[in-house]
Design a protein around this ligand. Structure first.
Ligand code: FES
Length: 334
């Protein structure tokens, strides 16, 4: 039985009321390279089917949406049914059921953004573009969607383009933003990495670099991060002498086993990242900032839950290959 996302059968199987997935004959093909990259993603996980979400992002990066062909490829590689893959693909709004434009413009219309003008922004942008939710402009440049909370309420009203943030927008700014996108420009987000496009960011979400070279990737990493509104709570806590309680994971993490890297912060800055984190801890001006810096330190102890998951992973044999019979096979999980 066919049970692709959006099909009547799929809806019956998954219980999700989903619109029909569209079939297009002029899509870029999913090649053997795509299949090899799917397997590369699968190899990152102790249980292969844990790779499904990034694999869906990968096929979306090639074809602009999760096509029936993409569902079939993921199902085939993971040993799942198309219905199982479809149930996942139709649950998450980041997976699209019809081809997406070059850019995905998401306007938050959730409570805080809405009362500060988000709904007005959405209405005006929709009228300007001549499209409604989940529709693409005739020139293929923009797919518009209204979004639930984009997790940036302190910057409301928020618009994202390909998941990059454009904070504290108003109608005029949002209209200029979409006009620039239609002219082929890529205005700098107000924080985070430089804007690319929907397929590029989908590839990044699959765990592959979307940048042409290492310098471009580093520039994206070095993009501006959180600004004044997000830090306001930290400053208020510092003024009041408040600090976050210590994470319980440090006390309950499993003891390191032989051959397991010791992740306890040493303060000797073994890597450039650890050196920067050491400096950040040392420079903390109050308990709240120090607590935050310690939580972000790459050498802090692994959380207890992660350690438990690691213990379930197949033990490597003498050749470094995962052994069977460890109880973590796909067959048992499926
Ligand atoms: S309500 Fe818009 S980002 Fe949270």
């Amino acid at each position: 039985m066919s049970a692709l996302p959006g099909s009547a059968e799929g809806t019956a199987v998954t219980g999700l009321d989903s619109s029909a997935v569209e079939v297009h004959g002029d899509l870029p093909p999913l090649t053997e390279t795509t299949r090899a990259e799917c397997r590369e993603i699968m190899a990152r996980y102790p249980v292969p089917r844990s790779a499904l979400l990034p694999m869906l992002h990968l096929v979306q990066s090639v074809q602009g949406y999760v096509s029936p062909e993409g569902v079939a490829l993921c199902a085939q590689e993971l040993g799942l049914t198309k219905a199982e893959v479809g149930a996942v693909a139709t649950f998450y709004t980041m997976f699209k059921r019809r081809p997406t434009g070059r850019h995905l413009v998401s306007v938050c219309t959730n409570t805080l953004c809405a009362v500060l003008g988000g709904q007005k922004i959405y209405d005006e942008v929709a009228a300007e573009l001549g499209v409604h939710h989940d529709e693409t402009t005739a020139d293929g440049t923009i797919t518009l969607e209204h979004a639930e909370c984009l997790a940036a309420c302190d910057y409301a009203p928020v618009v994202t383009v390909d998941y990059e943030f454009y904070d504290q927008q108003d109608v005029a700014a949002a209209l200029e933003l979409v006009a620039a996108l239609r002219r082929g420009e890529k205005p700098d987000p107000t924080r985070g990495a430089p804007l690319t496009d929907f397929r590029g960011v989908s590839r990044q979400l699959a765990g592959f670099s979307q940048h042409a070279d290492a310098a471009a990737a580093q520039a994206a990493v070095d993009g501006p991060s959180a600004g004044v509104p997000t830090l306001r709570g930290v400053r208020l806590a510092a003024e009041r002498g408040e600090a976050a309680p210590a994470m319980p994971a440090a006390e309950t993490a499993a003891p390191a086993e032989a051959g397991t890297p010791d992740r306890t912060p040493t303060g000797d800055g073994g890597t450039p990242g650890a050196q920067a984190a050491d400096a950040e801890v040392a420079a903390a001006g109050n308990p709240a900032e120090r607590s935050g810096a310690e939580q972000n330190h790459p050498d802090r102890p692994e959380p207890a839950g992660r350690a438990a998951a690691d213990r379930d992973a197949p033990a490597p044999d003498a050749d470094g290959q995962a052994q069977s019979g460890s109880g973590t096979s796909v067959q048992r999980e499926v």
